[in-house]
Design a binder for this molecule. Structure first.
Ligand code: PLP
Length: 404
């Protein structure tokens, strides 16, 4: 561990608040100031040369790093049990940085066939244009992962739980397969957060999060984080973030850290609420199936039990009887849930995956992996769960009246 962590052996909630935080020596400020500056005055040219050659930790220009981002990087590294962290401008910046750190022209990546729509577009189209080939497989099927590996495979990319079917992939087994073929493993752990899952402990090389979601928790920031070995995070920063420029602003880094301090207590409530909502929907006559990893009926429930701790998260998808029309009526009639495309906020959100998060996939591509037209995705918030269930119930009653 390269960061000092006197809270290492303490409970997650204590670590989420204290880890990485350093009180400001200049003023004694309890919460660190936001270093809202683009550049740094250097004492002399020698020091400038030294810092620009990355021979010491220090700040020269905010695209290369800032004290606010550095504190956030320490915090995510400590919560993911990593040597180092890296904060960037969005979840997609974290994903593209991780992939481009490990892959070059002529390389091959194995990725899940159920992943966030923009990641799907990045892997299938953008990387392809850069001369990096990909094979998309069901990553919950270890034989399929093995079969997809080629001599030039340099990375296996796994999203678990996967957006939007909540499919769970076995990080430990996939890491063994990848490493025995000299490939590295990237896990998008956005749906779980570090409270529920620590991919690096299971053998993965890089964990990425859309910090926009549970890490922030309040829907106020678009940001991304990575964590992994010091060597990989250095390669990700110089030259990837340095040259592509997907830097996080000091203000966003600071705001994100305030959210991260309550991650544990939020996740506890998110998980408890989601379990009750999943059970309610699972028994509802207007619902054809609920995809929630905490339900024994979920196809990958057993892997979820093995690698997720503290709960199964707040995300689920439900197929409403009556297809897309029923889905629209449902979403237009919820009152506590908001129709919005993000997730992981304290307030409950609902979206239509085929036309919103997964619009980048064709209907055939979606249906091949179980994303059907009547499918809605719920991000269950931390409101009173009886209010949430009553809201879903009244909207489903309207669906039942209008769709025969
Ligand atoms: N990963 C997952 C699983 C997501 O659901 C999303 C966005 O919804 C992203 C990554 C991209 O994150 P961002 O919107 O912060 O770029």
């Amino acid at each position: 561990m390269s960061y000092k962590d006197e809270f290492k052996d303490m409970d997650f909630n204590t670590r989420a608040i204290h880890s990485g935080q350093e009180h400001d020596e200049a003023t004694g400020a309890h919460i660190s100031p936001i270093y809202q500056t683009s550049t740094y005055v250097l004492p002399n040219t020698e020091r400038a040369i030294y810092l620009n050659q990355h021979q010491d930790e220090g700040f020269t220009y905010s695209r290369f790093g800032s004290p606010s981002a550095a504190e956030l990087e320490r915090k995510i590294a400590l919560l993911e049990n990593a040597e180092a962290g890296l904060a960037v401008a969005s979840g997609m910046a974290a994903i593209s940085t991780a992939l481009l750190t490990l892959l070059q022209k002529g390389d091959h990546v194995v990725a899940g066939d159920v992943i966030y729509g923009c990641t799907f577009a990045l892997v299938k189209n953008v990387l392809d244009d850069f001369g990096i080939e990909s094979t998309l497989v069901d990553t919950s099927d270890l034989e399929a992962v093995k079969a997809a590996i080629k001599p030039n495979t340099k990375a296996v990319y796994v999203e678990t739980p996967a957006n939007p079917t909540l499919r769970i992939s076995d990080i430990e087994e996939i890491s063994k397969i990848a490493h025995s073929n000299d490939a590295k493993v990237i896990v998008d752990s956005t749906f779980a957060s570090p409270y529920i899952q620590n991919p690096l402990d299971l053998g993965a090389d890089i964990v990425v999060h859309s910090a926009t979601k549970f890490l922030c928790g309040h829907g106020t920031v678009v940001a991304g984080v990575l964590a992994g070995s010091k060597e990989l995070m250095e390669r990700a920063r110089f030259p990837m973030v340095q040259t592509f420029g997907a830097v996080i602003s000091p203000f966003d880094a600071w705001l994100l850290m305030q959210g991260m301090k309550t991650l544990g207590i939020r996740m506890e409530k998110h998980c408890a609420n989601a379990m009750k909502v999943a059970e309610f929907l699972n028994n509802h006559p207007q619902i054809e199936g609920v995809l929630y990893p905490g339900l024994p009926s979920h196809p990958t429930h057993e892997i979820a039990k093995k690698q997720m701790h503290g709960g199964f998260g707040s995300m689920m998808s439900a197929n409403i009887k009556g297809g897309i029309e029923a889905g629209k009526i449902f979403m237009d009639n919820v009152k506590v849930f908001s129709l919005a495309t993000s997730l992981g906020n304290i307030d409950s959100l609902v979206q239509h995956s085929p036309t919103m998060s997964h619009f980048d996939m064709s209907k055939e591509e979606r249906e091949a992996v179980g994303i059907y037209d009547g499918q809605v995705r719920l991000s269950v918030g931390v409101e009173n769960v009886d209010d949430l269930i009553a809201d879903l119930d009244q909207a489903l009653k309207i669906v039942a009246e209008k769709v025969k």
